[in-house]
Design a protein around this ligand. Structure first.
Ligand SMILES: CC(C)(COP(=O)(O)OP(=O)(O)OC[C@H]1O[C@@H](n2cnc3c(N)ncnc32)[C@H](O)[C@@H]1OP(=O)(O)O)[C@@H](O)C(=O)NCCC(=O)NCCS
Length: 236
């Protein structure tokens, strides 16, 4: 039994982060009814004709307004990932589409949306080198962050009392940074689901449980440590 556990741990450690991210999303996509795409931005070239060919005229216009290379790469990866996820979503419903006729735009609140399919919810996250997009018929938010030592003032100002108490008990353990980042990604995922972004009152949000009610929304939270990253999904 111990041998099996050791073998399992070794096998798990040798899995690539991208594989861990995809496995987590695959499992949850069935329960929470979404489609997803994970992209490795190291493979995104600004001149990659396959990627650029799925951009619409409006998207190319917006891309032209971005000057910093990192932002351009993130932007291309985000559009491509959303469109791949949308393609899978529509394929499930026996619909094929020309992806270059679909726009993935930013609303006034900066949240992503598809004008041609306003009933479909979209969420995007990037944390180098990964970009994840999710599409669903339910409200949804996704966030991925690299795990690092959390800034104490960030915890003081943005974490709820319950979260702070849990972290206080984990101080000086290996779990401290992971749990702090999981709370953070959960907050970001909920803020994306509600389309509030930074306007969300993060301190009021207690993400220490896997379920929460905000207004009329009953929200499920799922999180996972994928190698050096924390990943969370908030789903209606
Ligand atoms: C907007 C926000 C959601 C971005 O989160 P982030 O973790 O920095 O970045 P991510 O890569 O995970 O997410 C970016 C995506 O969020 C989406 N997004 C932006 N505003 C959004 C909103 N109001 N609602 C839903 N999604 C939003 C966009 O799709 C964006 O990708 P795109 O620009 O390619 O379209 C926001 O909560 C934020 O800026 N957080 C950072 C807060 C922070 O660092 N605070 C430190 C203390 S001041």
């Amino acid at each position: 039994m111990l041998l099996c556990k050791r073998r399992y741990c070794k096998a798990y450690k040798s899995m690539s982060t991208a594989f861990k991210i995809s496995s987590f999303l695959e499992t949850n996509s069935r329960v929470h009814e979404f489609e997803y795409e994970v992209m490795d931005m190291r493979r995104v070239g600004e001149k990659d004709i396959n990627l650029l060919s799925v951009l619409s005229e409006e998207e190319i216009r917006q891309l032209d307004s971005l000057k910093i290379e990192k932002n351009r790469i993130q932007w291309i990866a985000g559009r491509y990932a959303v469109k791949s996820a949308l393609f899978k979503y529509k394929l499930q419903r026996a619909v094929l589409m020309d992806l270059s006729c679909i726009d993935v735009l930013k609303g006034e609140d900066s949240s992503p949306f598809i004008p041609q399919y306003q009933d479909i919810c979209v969420s995007i996250t990037h944390s180098f080198p990964y970009c994840i997009a999710i599409v669903s018929n339910k409200k949804i938010g996704v966030d991925l962050e690299g795990i690092s030592e959390p800034n104490e003032s960030l915890i003081r100002y943005f974490y709820s009392t319950e979260e702070k108490n849990i972290l206080e008990n984990l101080k000086k353990t290996d779990e401290y940074c992971q749990r702090a980042m999981i709370f953070w990604t959960r907050k970001e995922a909920v803020s994306k689901l509600l389309k509030l972004g930074m306007r969300m009152d993060f301190r009021e949000l207690n993400t220490s449980k896997n379920e929460m009610t905000i207004g009329n929304y009953y929200i499920y939270l799922k999180s996972y440590i994928c190698g050096e990253f924390a990943l969370s999904i908030a789903s209606e």
